[in-house]
Write a protein that binds this ligand. Structure first.
Ligand code: SF4
Ligand code: SF4
Length: 281
């Protein structure tokens, strides 16, 4: 049965993309149909390791209001209903701030003069490619835009029923992460044994428990730092899927856009991680 697995982390820089890319390619090498979806749309960098040529790209639009100033009576109802201060009466006209708009359509419904219609506004791009026997879809938020969830949703529309989806999630615990993980079967939380890693892990665990998600932890650079992350996992009965020690080889591979599964030393690491997950989902 095909599954959706998200790779998340409480903070950036813990090795989330390292895990997602190596895991996805190791599955595809075992002739398991796999798709890597990069939902870290503010900084999508999975393809730095996959090196796919993009075969297609399409814009991601949201609907934003456009006001017919001739019909508008400046009543201000649109501003009152907007939770995001994205529309308002300024002097003798109504202005819309597209970058703040969430495309909810509330202002159009609230307008007594039928002065508002909705128009497409580009907020990001979806890229598609294929390399290393792997399909890859990557979302990219346009520069200056703040709303990642519509782009994430557009990427996730390309999850295929007959492929394993490995989803590189945004870091943190805010809306983009919730949008990414809300319907997945399993979440891999990548952390590191440092005070920051420990604090952010606690926040991520709290979120995933609220969302009632199954998850396990990979402790990356496990030979650095202290034992608090491991003790926290043991105390809270959280599965530790793997501990990946700090290694110059990995650091060099990462810095030069290489996958570590190309190396004998790590060629089974991600297969073992997948097998550990398979027994849990
Ligand atoms: S569509 Fe929603 S978010 Fe956008 S301006 Fe109207 S009320 Fe505000
Ligand atoms: S609700 Fe409609 S009529 Fe009222 S200020 Fe907004 S656009 Fe104008």
């Amino acid at each position: 049965m095909f599954k959706k697995i998200a790779v998340a982390s409480g903070k950036g820089g813990t090795g989330k993309t390292f895990v997602a890319t190596n895991l996805a390619v190791s599955l595809s090498r075992q002739h398991i149909k796999t798709r890597l979806l990069d939902c870290d749309v503010e900084a999508p960098n999975s393809n730095l390791f996959i090196h796919a040529e993009w075969t297609n790209s399409e814009p991601v639009n949201i609907l934003v209001p456009q006001v017919d100033q001739d019909k508008c009576n400046l009543c201000g109802n649109c501003h009152k209903v907007c939770e995001f201060n994205a529309i308002g009466v300024f002097g003798s006209s109504v202005l819309v701030f597209n970058e703040l708009c969430h495309g909810c359509g509330g202002c159009r419904l609230a307008c007594p003069e039928n002065a508002i219609r909705e128009v497409d506004y580009p907020t990001g791009v979806c890229h598609y490619g294929f390399a290393k026997d792997l399909n890859i879809v990557s979302g990219e938020l346009n520069i200056g835009e703040a709303k990642a969830p519509p782009v994430i949703a557009a990427v996730k529309k390309h999850i295929a029923a007959d492929e394993i989806a490995i989803i590189d999630a945004p870091p943190g615990t805010s809306c983009p992460v919730v949008e990414t993980v809300r319907d997945v079967d399993y979440v891999i939380l990548v952390t590191e044994p440092t005070p920051f890693g420990y604090n952010d892990l606690k926040l991520s665990v709290n979120l995933l428990r609220k969302l009632e998600k199954r998850f396990g932890v990979i402790i990356n650079r496990s030979t650095l730092g202290d034992d608090r992350v491991e003790e926290f996992c043991l105390e809270h009965e959280i599965d530790i899927l793997a501990k990946i020690p700090y290694s110059r080889t990995i650091a060099q591979a990462y810095a030069t856009g290489k996958l570590v599964i190309e190396m004998d030393e790590f060629k089974n690491t991600f297969t073992d991680i997948y097998q550990a997950i398979e027994t849990r989902i």
